[in-house]
Ligand binder design. Structure first.
Ligand SMILES: Cc1ncc(C[n+]2csc(CCOP(=O)(O)OP(=O)(O)O)c2C)c(N)n1
Length: 561
């Protein structure tokens, strides 16, 4: 519909409503006041944040959670460059997202005017599409296209510039109907070819990843795996695509993966990768298969043709969305199944790997903390995290039981956990939302605790504090043993930090004290931090920094002439 009396900003907001947008995140700027004004009268819940990086990560998390673009508004130069952190996460995570940027007036464009940013140049390689709306009468056309592009094929981010002067102008733009991404079905010939490959296989392996999954597709894939006894793994930070207690679950193929799982994946003669792009982390630094011709027959199912064959030439390329592919699995009837017992063996290996505690130096064992959370969080809890070695304990010991129960950056960007938790608690007021952060990771966006406070969001943040940028220290010890530089951290009292924002804080210095601290945080029903201090030496599950250093020193002395 059109309304001759409305402004371009109002038309934009009406189009967002037509797209079904329920939440938007922003840091305000004078460049898009008319949009903020229109949002004031809208059904869209606006969350005002403290830094655009956090706002963009919140929008990214919404995109991951809903499969529809997360929406973020920021101002030009300083705002958009801050937000780029979240845009890159969406880019590497195949997450639909639209970042709106208040841009300079058209009359001063290209003068390097106040905070002007060449959006296409800056965001060109980070987005599926970057554009500026130059005509108030075309604003809904641009928004509609942004939503279509963000969700189409392999989803990803779109950046739309909004010149300040067009926003308050009258707009004759009509609303477009809600964008629905095209589904892509596998052809009968491809499914028949897959059936043939299964009939010949002896050691098949299924890997799930990427975007465009639905709860139904997850269930259909599980049924398929059960019917044929197939071992199924999840890719890096795609933990919620398969129930870890399902008897066919083989484990998480990401950072710190179970060596037995990696061996199983490498030994497969038929490797069926569904939905994911076969990233560097999932493929164990491109070591799972020979490049470009894997020994295994690789079947790559992906919702866009351009990714198929990027690194490895698949034996069978299937361009399909996971939902349509999963629906088509029902029709498969391989003539022979030669791998009986493989799924049970793989699942037993996963259980042993995730249930055997790893010894760690010092009175706190982060693995035991994650194991406690695994046993004590409700099945529908949402866990969010950023990046750092502390995530190794999540991947290994935690279990994500539900679809959409885990939000983490596939790009390995620090600072994601707190904003993602804020966004998920905004969307799911009744659910337990926990962010797990490192001491370095937390302070990258810890200021968004103020946003949790402002909206009364009882997120619980666990800060794993090893007084170090531990991941980098680990690499440092490997490459320059004993030469510590720029990795020691002196952090604040994080429990007091939480209290300064009006929340609850507790400090834990022994594993046994964690349950009571966490329960107290839960009972407080406000945003909370449980500050867990542990030994710097406890660098990752079952590993110490001293051992890493000793190994590196021994290797370097062997190399010396
Ligand atoms: C935004 C960003 N900056 C830098 C890095 C490089 N980096 C990866 S892990 C890491 C250290 C993380 O430290 P912390 O959060 O304390 O966790 P830990 O590794 O000690 O468990 C750094 C600096 C990154 N991944 N993301």
């Amino acid at each position: 519909m059109t309304d001759a009396n409305r402004t371009a900003a109002e038309a934009l907001v009406r189009q967002l409503e037509a797209e079904g947008v329920q939440h938007a995140f922003c840091v305000p700027g004078e460049s898009f006041l008319a949009v903020l004004d229109a949002l004031r009268d809208s059904s869209i819940a606006l969350t005002v944040c403290r830094q655009e990086g956090g706002a963009a990560m919140m929008a990214e998390a919404v995109g991951k959670a809903t499969g529809r673009p997360g929406v973020c508004f920021v101002t030009r130069g300083p705002g958009a460059t801050n937000a780029s952190a979240g845009v890159h996460i969406a880019h590497q995570g195949s997450t639909p997202m639209v970042l709106f940027v208040g841009q300079v007036d058209r009359s001063v464009k290209d003068r390097d005017a106040w905070q002007e940013l060449d959006l296409r140049a800056v965001f060109g390689s980070l987005t599926k599409w970057t554009a500026e709306v130059a005509d108030p009468d075309r604003i809904t056309e641009y928004v509609s296209r942004a939503f279509h592009v963000a969700m189409a094929g392999q989803p990803g981010p779109v950046v739309l510039g909004l010149p300040h002067d067009i926003l308050a102008l009258a707009s004759r733009a009509a609303e477009a109907p809600r964008a629905e991404p095209a589904e892509i079905s596998p052809g009968a010939a491809e499914m028949q070819a897959l059936e043939g490959l299964l009939s010949e296989a002896e050691r098949p392996f299924v890997l799930l990843g990427g975007g465009r999954w639905t709860e139904a597709a997850r269930a259909e894939t599980a049924t398929f795996a059960e019917r044929f006894g197939l071992p199924v793994a999840t890719g890096f930070r795609r933990l919620s695509l398969f129930d870890p207690l399902h008897p066919n679950y083989a484990g998480d193929l990401g950072l710190g993966a179970n060596p037995r799982l990696v061996a199983r994946a490498k030994a497969a003669d038929l490797f069926i990768a569904v939905g994911g792009r076969l990233s560097e982390v999932t493929t164990q630094a491109y070591e799972l298969f020979d490049v470009p011709a894997p020994a295994a027959k690789l079947v790559h199912v992906f919702p866009g043709p351009d990714e198929l064959g990027r690194v490895w030439a698949p034996r069978l390329s299937i361009c399909a969305t996971p939902s349509r592919f999963a629906a088509a699995l029902e029709g498969l009837r391989p003539s022979a199944i030669r791998w009986r017992g493989a799924a049970a063996a793989a699942h037993a290996e996963y259980l042993a790997w995730s249930e055997t505690p790893t010894p760690q130096p010092g009175p706190v064992n982060p693995g035991q903390v994650m194991a406690w959370l695994r046993e004590n969080l409700p099945a529908d809890a949402i866990l969010c995290n950023g990046a750092g070695n502390f995530t190794g304990w999540i991947h290994r010991f935690y279990r994500v039981r539900r679809f959409g129960g885990h939000f983490a950056p596939n790009s390995g960007s620090m600072g994601y956990g707190v904003p993602a938790a804020v966004a998920m608690q905004r969307l799911n007021p009744g659910r337990t939302v926990v962010a797990v952060s490192g001491d370095g990771d937390f302070l990258m966006n810890g200021q968004e605790l103020a946003t949790a406070a402002q909206y009364g969001l009882p997120i619980i943040v666990i800060v794993f504090d090893n007084a170090s940028y531990g991941t980098i220290r680990m690499h440092q010890e490997r490459e320059f043993p004993g030469r510590v530089v720029a990795t020691d951290l002196k952090s604040p009292d994080f429990a007091a930090y939480a209290r300064a924002f009006g929340g609850f804080g507790a400090t834990v210095e022994r594993t046994d004290d964690f349950p009571a601290a966490f329960e107290a945080a839960r009972a407080a029903a406000v945003h909370a931090i449980v500050h867990v201090k542990f030994a710097t030496d406890a660098i990752s599950p079952g590993q110490t920094l001293s051992a890493v250093r000793a190994h590196a020193l021994a290797e370097s002395s062997e190399r010396r002439p």
